[in-house]
Ligand binder design. Sequence first.
Ligand SMILES: [Zn+2]
Length: 115
Amino acid sequence: MRGDRKCILDSKQYNYCPHCNHDNPNETWRYLFCSENCREIYKILEDWTGKKISSDDAKQKLVLHELPSLDQIQPSLRKNIEDINASAQTILTNRIVEEKPKRRGRKKKTIVNED
Ligand SMILES: [Zn+2]
């Protein structure tokens, strides 16, 4: 079938023919994604891996979107979502703990040199 594509987020098969859609130059994302939803989720993950947003921010943005079921999502992206979920949960817990002013001498954040 012509225009047969596979979404890079959730591997969904879809059709997109750039020739039929030349009226919509704003929809070039359709080359990669089956839906705007997938595009937005991907953007969040991209911002997160590029450290533009925190896990907490990423999680808050992700919940606003309809997330495809995890086993549909490409493994590397799925790993990102799992990591976000894991670290964002920690932040959530910290917030609750923060209400109690009991704080034991926490380890100072150490900056790890990354190459
Ligand atoms: Zn998709």
